[in-house]
Design a protein around this ligand. Structure first.
Ligand code: FES
Ligand code: FES
Length: 163
């Protein structure tokens, strides 16, 4: 067991973890932050994407001990009180949610995309960047529309990062 302290959504969390504990297990099982999903265990689906020190990572292939001393943002950390993050609003307004299973990972990946590419995202860039995120409901059209709108809204609101 190793003692780790990870700041999660702005709050330091210290736990003793097995060296094999994955970040997604730390978040879901130890902190009960169940918005981060596990869809594949093979690092393909992106349902588990969170931000580690501001960058998108797949938490199913990141060890908790690797995150000691770092900051993690999950889908639960995006809203400010009752106010959703602009990317969350864009998914709602553009019907980017279907069953919702992939949505947390899509939104965390989308914000990272905007942080790296800026607010004017064209469809080809969005589709290329989404290669690591699978949606089983298959309707990518509204997800792509939502990300384009969310990117514009993030720029307009000055909220480029999730943190
Ligand atoms: S659960 Fe992590 S990529 Fe699918
Ligand atoms: S909305 Fe159902 S898996 Fe994507």
């Amino acid at each position: 067991m190793t003692s780790v302290t990870i700041t999660v959504n702005g709050k330091p969390e210290s736990r003793d973890v097995d060296n094999r504990t994955l970040l997604v297990e730390f978040l879901r099982d130890m902190l009960r932050l169940t918005g981060t999903h596990v869809g594949c265990d093979t690092s393909q689906c992106g349902a588990c994407v969170v931000h580690l020190d501001g960058k998108a990572v797949k938490s199913c292939t990141t060890l908790a001990v690797q995150c000691n001393g770092s900051s993690v943002t999950t889908i639960e950390g995006l809203a400010r009180g009752d106010q959703l993050h602009p990317m969350q609003e864009a998914f709602r307004d553009n019907h980017g949610l279907q069953c919702g299973f992939c949505t947390p990972g899509m939104i965390m990946a989308a914000i990272d995309m905007v942080n790296r590419h800026g607010g004017n995202l064209d469809e080809a860039t969005i589709r290329h960047e989404l290669e690591g995120n699978l949606c089983r409901c298959t309707g990518y059209h509204n997800i792509v529309k939502a990300i384009a709108a969310g990117a514009q809204a993030m720029t307009a609101s000055g909220r480029m990062a999730a943190e």
